[in-house]
Design a protein around this ligand. Structure first.
Ligand SMILES: [Fe+2]
Ligand SMILES: [Fe+2]
Length: 191
C-alpha cells in the first residue's frame, strides 16, 4: 500500500510537500516506537496526513459537505483547514483505510482535538516538528521534548503554532486553543 500512496502523492502534491510528508511519516514512526505505540499505524497516518493538501477550497468544501463533516465559521472562511478531515476521506476512498485510529489521527493533525489519542498526538506533533520544518533552537528543543513528554510536546507545539499565527496576523482556529489547554491540563495533573 505504501508504494500505491507514494505514486498517488507524486501526482497530487509538490516535491517540497512530499519531503514534508516523508518527514512526518518517519518522525511518527520514531515517536510511536519511543512511546510504545503502534508504529505501523503511526507511519500510515503520517504518510497519508496531507493527501488533500493541494485540493482547491471548493473541492474541500464540497467533499466535507458530502461526508457530513462539520464546517464551522472559521473553516468556512478558511477551507484549507478542512484538508485534514478531507485527507482522512481520501485515505478511506482511495486506499481503503478503515482503521478509526489512523483516520482520526489524520483528521486531527492540524488542529488537534481535546481528548485525542496518543497516536493522534504523535502525528500532530510530527507534522509541526519533522526535520524539514527547520533547525532553529526552538524547534530542536521542541523535538527533544517530544521524546520526553508527549502531552507537554502537544501544548508546546500549539504554543509554537499560536505564536506563528499571531505574528503573521493569521486566523486562529479555537480548537488549537482547546487542544493546548487540554494537553496543558494533563501535564499539570500528572506533575
Ligand atoms: Fe496538513
Ligand atoms: Fe503536514
Amino acid at each position: 500500500m505504501r508504494e500505491q500512496v507514494l505514486s498517488w502523492l507524486a501526482e497530487n502534491v509538490s516535491e517540497h510537500r512530499l519531503q514534508h510528508i516523508l518527514g512526518v511519516e518517519q518522525m511518527s514512526i520514531d515517536l510511536a516506537k519511543h512511546h510504545h505505540l503502534d508504529y505501523h499505524k503511526a507511519g500510515q497516518a503520517g504518510l497519508m496526513h496531507d493527501l488533500a493538501k493541494f485540493f482547491k477550497p471548493s473541492r474541500l468544501l464540497e467533499m466535507a459537505k458530502a461526508n457530513h463533516i462539520e464546517i464551522d465559521p472559521v473553516c468556512a472562511e478558511n477551507p484549507h483547514l478542512l484538508h485534514a478531515d478531507v485527507s482522512a476521506i481520501v485515505a478511506q476512498n482511495e486506499f481503503g483505510v478503515t482503521d478509526e485510529e489512523i483516520l482520526t489521527a489524520i483528521s486531527n493533525h492540524t488542529l488537534g482535538r481535546p481528548g485525542m489519542s496518543e497516536l493522534s498526538c504523535v502525528v500532530f506533533v510530527a507534522d509541526a516538528l519533522e526535520p524539514s520544518r527547520g533547525n532553529s533552537i526552538e524547534l530542536e528543543t521542541l523535538r527533544q521534548q517530544s521524546k520526553e513528554n508527549l502531552y507537554k510536546s502537544v501544548y508546546q507545539t500549539c504554543d509554537y503554532s499560536l505564536k506563528y499565527l499571531l505574528n503573521s496576523y493569521l486566523t486562529i482556529h479555537p480548537r488549537t486553543v482547546l487542544t493546548r489547554n487540554w494537553a496543558l491540563q494533563i501535564v499539570k495533573q500528572r506533575s
